[in-house]
Design a protein around this ligand. Structure first.
Ligand code: ZN
Ligand code: ZN
Length: 272
């Protein structure tokens, strides 16, 4: 059995395909999944989906860096209150910094970076207060996200860099602090070797898997839409790379994800 520790189910819900997608996940051996929030609009959707599929679907709430605009405070101001609702999120995320999508003109990029940092700092403060698992999105911004987490006082043991997209040195920097990365279908790509090396360097005892669907479809389905059922291909590739039986990898990565997300219980107590 596997856990998809990071997916986005909103498109499937909007197109009426969610039930079929969840059924295929079950058939593929996925025992639970976490649908990860990116802004107020999907938080509402994910709370609803989680309520409809107790124990199978879980959710997190957070304002994604590319969703940070002038109105970011309106989202972040309500964030803590979601932890007092039912079903409450199992963590905060995804939050962080994304320098990949910035305008090339440095003058135009600067205020966007400043805003992303403000929103990330505000959400780190909430994560610190609630002492919740934290799902970090970091793209071309590794040093800055690490520095901001260091400064925030957040417990690194509760930090996961989702879709870890750096190499062995950077994963060591996270692991030394007590943090970890989780891995997507990128490890199955021909050009994903550095990413695969990072997963192997981190090792089995911290491993967590994710699809980040509907994006990052693993081989041999790259080019098609991704969904939780396809996490099996990422697990197979990593078992091969780590030289361990597929079953052991499934068992340990599933246990790791459960432990990291506090047995997939909500953080409701934290919000009260
Ligand atoms: Zn992300
Ligand atoms: Zn994501």
């Amino acid at each position: 059995m596997l856990i998809d520790s990071h997916c986005h189910l909103d498109d499937f819900a909007a197109s009426g395909e969610l039930d079929a997608v969840l059924e295929r996940a079950r058939e593929a051996g996925v025992e639970a999944m976490i649908t990860v929030g990116t802004s107020l609009s999907d938080w509402e959707t994910y709370a609803r989906i989680t309520a409809a599929h107790p124990g199978f679907v879980h959710w997190t709430a957070g304002l994604h860096p590319t969703e940070v605009d002038e109105g970011w405070k309106d989202h972040v101001d309500t964030l803590a209150s979601w932890f007092a609702t039912s079903p409450a999120p199992v963590g905060i995320g995804e939050v962080g910094l994304d320098y990949f999508h910035l305008p090339k003109d440095a003058k135009k990029a600067a205020p966007i970076v400043a805003r992303q940092k403000d929103a990330f700092a505000a959400q780190l403060e909430i994560a610190y207060q609630l002492d919740c698992p934290l799902v970090v999105h970091s793209r071309n911004a590794f040093a800055d996200t690490v520095a901001m987490i260091d400064k925030s006082g957040v417990n690194w043991k509760k930090v996961v860099y989702h879709c870890f997209s750096e190499g062995p040195e950077e994963i060591r920097a996270l692991n030394e602090r007590g943090g970890r990365g989780s891995f997507t279908g990128v490890v199955t790509y021909k050009n994903g070797l550095r990413n695969l090396e990072a997963a192997v360097a981190q090792g089995l005892e911290l491993l967590m898997l994710e699809t980040d669907c509907p994006w990052l479809t693993p081989e041999p389905f790259r080019g098609k839409r991704n969904e939780p059922a396809l996490i099996v291909h990422t697990a197979q590739k990593l078992a091969l790379a780590m030289g361990i039986p597929f079953e052991s990898l499934c068992e340990t990565s599933t246990r790791n994800a459960r432990e990291f997300f506090q047995n997939l219980t909500t953080c409701a107590h934290a919000g009260t």
